[in-house]
Design a protein around this ligand. Sequence first.
Ligand SMILES: [Fe+2]
Length: 365
Amino acid sequence: MPQPNAVKCLVVDDEPRLRRVLVRLLEGEGFTCSEAGSGTEALEMLQHDPVPLVISDLRMPQMDGATLLREIIARWPTTAVIVVTAVAEVESAVACLQLGALDYVAKPFHLDEVRARVMQALDKRSLKMEVEDYRRTLEQRVQEQARRIEELSLERLQALVHFLEEKDPYTSGHSVRVADYSARIGRQMGLSPAVMDTIALGAELHDIGKIGVSEAVLHKAGKLTEAEYRHIMEHPVIGARILAPLMRDVPPALAIVRSHHERLDGKGFPDGLKGDQIPLEVRVVGVADSFDAMTSVRPYRPALSVQKALQELEDGKGTQFHPPAVEAFLAAFPDPSALPVTTPEVRPLHLPPPLDAHRRSSPPD
Ligand SMILES: [Fe+2]
């Protein structure tokens, strides 16, 4: 049973005498009451001070009780509304119950009846709020579990990426280093934690599509034929296809996988995206990926020197690479002797928070 002395109540009636009767009764029960002489006045008062209980006459000039009820239900769904009717208006009262009023009292009313109905309505309101709270908690738990399951699946794919890379001395540690370079660029650019998580996720998994590329082509020592090059360059699309079901809530991470071989000038793979069509997260990883690829030995060429690779980044600014990302890379490594980085430890992946993170209005007290 709610404690009336903690409960505020608004009495709405165009007849001051009836209003006073109700107010006196409720104050006698320990409620704190305010009064409104019309529906419009009631809405204005609720706007400034929402209350858990409204008792409103049904027949009033300007705005009738049913209209007021509709407004209250739409704007303050946790407010309990009791309508006051004349005996001849029972049908209207029933219609109000269907609209969401918690109860009605018929005039002329007995004070004991009003008291009982008010307490019942507050009980119903508490119960409704408990059910709603329970539903929200449950929904939140289900969402957390679903995210954890997605994270575990992504971690398995992450393990698979590392396993594939470890099998090949040319690519060993590539993805963790790309994630590391990307994180340093992102920090230098002052990107938000959520964007940094997105970048970490996409960077770690960006080359997963190589699982669908023939090993003979991947490890070929000589120059690739045109067809072999095209085959290798299918890996962003294959990767995006593999990850799409797991990255539904993080489109920018999926974009890193699909678009990390795009170039600002539109001459990249697979979609020929240009400039701003390439999301910022992708542009950051693009710089990191290219630097690590250039400074790693490949079956068909030795590693480029750090100096030469840095020069390539400089030269590619604005055509291949996003200039602020290149500048952030250079600023993050003022001493080139710290390059290339040693391969860091693999860290567990985290799904960034969903974009529509939750605003919940609290009920009036
Ligand atoms: Fe790649």
